[in-house]
Write a protein that binds this ligand. Structure first.
Ligand SMILES: [Zn+2]
Length: 140
């Protein structure tokens, strides 16, 4: 499931940019020690890790799902395309992306660009307009 989503992401403009950086990113399953999905930088060597919940069709852990459910209309479909957008968010963090609730543009530049590129008339992926309880405009 992860591999197919990575391939979809790789097919997008943003995904091609990520892959062109030639950076090693380890994808790991969430577990009792790291229950929350997302991007982590290793404390010792500074390695890059993306943790994903292998038991969820969007890689979400319970707390992530609860947070995102506040804007349920923005949750991407549980398809390879939707999962590619979710990966795009986390890869955005690998390359320095900062979320909008912290003053950055990670959702707009990395996640939404993949959402719109992979959206099709018969399988629309809505744009995301909120992160961490913060709402933002998608047209700026
Ligand atoms: Zn984020």
């Amino acid at each position: 499931m992860v591999e197919r989503a990575l391939q979809k992401m790789h097919g997008t403009t943003r995904g091609k940019f990520f892959y062109a950086q030639n950076r090693t990113v380890a994808i790991r399953p969430t577990d009792a020690r790291t229950p929350k999905m997302g991007y982590y930088r290793g404390a010792k060597a500074g390695n890059d890790y993306i943790y994903l919940n292998p038991n969820d069709e969007r890689f979400y852990d319970e707390s992530t799902f609860r947070d995102l459910s506040k804007h349920a209309g923005e949750i991407p479909p549980a398809t390879d395309e939707g999962r590619a957008a979710i990966l795009g968010h986390e890869f955005g963090h690998v390359f320095g992306g900062i979320d909008e609730n912290l003053g950055g543009r990670n959702v707009r530049d990395n996640e939404n660009s993949i959402r719109s590129e992979l959206s099709r008339p018969d399988a629309v992926i809505p744009l995301r307009r909120s992160v961490g309880g913060h709402q933002f405009r998608v047209d700026e």
